[in-house]
Design a protein around this ligand. Sequence first.
Ligand SMILES: C=Cc1c2[nH]c(c1C)Cc1[nH]c(c(CCC(=O)O)c1C)Cc1[nH]c(c(C)c1CCC(=O)O)Cc1[nH]c(c(C)c1C=C)C2
Length: 566
Amino acid sequence: MRLKRHVSLLESSLRHVSARPLLSLHCNRRRFASSAAAYPEQIAVLGGGISGLASAYFILKEFPGSKITIFEQGKEVGGWIKSKRVEVPGGSVLFEYGPRTLRPGVAALPTAQLIQDLGLAQDVLITRKTSPAAQNRYIYYPDRLNRIATTFSDLGLSGAFKLSSSGILAGTQNLFWEPMQAKRPQRLQDESIGSFLRRRVDRRVADNLVSAVFHGIYAGDIYQLSAKTLLSAAWAFEGKFGSVGGGIYQAHSQIQVPGFHSPIHPYDYEEYNAMLAEVELDEELQGRLSPHITSTFTFRNGLQQLVKRLEEFLRQNEHTKIVTDTRIAAETLSGGPKIAIGPSSGPTRDFDFVVNTLPDKDLTGSVTVMVVNLFYNKPPSELLPGIQGFGYLIPRSVPFAQNPERALGVIFDHDVVSGQDSVSGTKLTVMLGGHWWDGWQEYPDSAEGAMYAQSVLERHLGIKDEPDLCHATLNRDCIPQYTVGYEERLKDRAERLSTQFSGRMRVVGSQYNGVGVNDCIRGAWQIARGMRGDGWKSRSTGLDRVTDSREWIVGTWPTWRSPRDE
Ligand SMILES: C=Cc1c2[nH]c(c1C)Cc1[nH]c(c(CCC(=O)O)c1C)Cc1[nH]c(c(C)c1CCC(=O)O)Cc1[nH]c(c(C)c1C=C)C2
């Protein structure tokens, strides 16, 4: 084991710490009595996105004798991850049509393992925490960019004055009164993030600051997304201590261990420790992907480099088969000791075990995002004088006149990643749509998308130049929305899966484990880990976190430590 564990143990006197020992993930499983086989011989993976490919990879590591078939309805695997190198005079630039960077940290350990195993470490590009892209994040409000700093000293007096004069901080003084707000009524089982923040802090904080952050992650509406799921620690603190501030105060005054204490579900605590204990990285990669050094990372040829290498590995392996252009109809799935899987029209085949990454429309809706990539031959110092950083997010409260195109944010790609392009210039991405396009029957076409993006850049940043390259991609239904009631719907899904398939079908993907690429890979790693030994015969569904009724604990998250950090 190369990664050192740094786990602050939890103070039992608070009684927030589960009285029971933290169970191993392999405990508590009912055996599937009828099977004598040592491993699942035939495994089907439904969906060839990153979740499906990574599941096949990690399962193959656990069961090298299994035969795995990946079914993908499209012509290519990889899902939303698409990196394209585009020629320009004198060289080429790399455009990401979907996700573009990953964040380091414990949750990225399975991704790091994949990178190392596939021999991609040399192609990893990191953005340092000290870089302008990591330090400068902006929110557009109401008609200008506001630099959001993490500390007051970083912001300085004039920065703080500018920020406050835009009105973006309105209502933040009510954070101080949060502990005095009434405790939520018992009957309230879940509510939207917007409603939670209105109740506990201030509507303006929700609309001006928090909505921007949720645009950047979920492209979603804070008045639909679930507080219980997406602000789970705050929700748990309120449930346990009556207020979030009160919870933080009690946790810190009573637990005599350094670090930030927050409510943690025991399942997550164990999962984090398992990742720290089981993922083995060499020192070089461990150091480069340390969250203390690195803010984000990607690859020389974009995120798709990871997918392509994974695909190559799986295609070369005689035990795995990738079947594209094949739609699996839900009706062809049937329970029993074997599961029959087949195309919507055509014969079925029997499998011992199925990993399902296909979307379930009853669990979550999803939003559509248009990603518009632009490249200008001019340097950023001419097009964006004095502005360097990650980019900016646009909150819901920005007046319509300032954002009629319904943009969610703009990324300054030339600052975020260096090392992908062979020519210099200004590279930007404009993200449009998301929840603003809910219920739309038709979306803008590429030409309209390109026009909208340019008009956003002109209004917000004063860029009047025509781009030398511009490409718009419509990612239909790309981000699942964990809306109010999500947890209950998930429990229901777990129960139905368990009853119908007795543990032989498990689910993973962006509908379950979080919407990021790291989340999908971590979910895949977890599925494979849960199958280890006789785990594949248990009644697990891949949704064990939601059916795990143990009490939340209060403590510090297990953290990443690499020798270079010390
Ligand atoms: C295709 C659009 C996506 C939008 N959000 C996501 C995708 C794939 C998923 C996502 N984005 C972020 C996170 C959290 C951290 C992580 O796991 O990487 C997730 C799950 C944060 C994020 N948002 C943007 C970037 C470049 C990043 C990563 C880097 C960072 O946090 O520093 C930009 C961005 N993404 C979306 C929009 C609308 C947007 C706007 C600028 C939607």
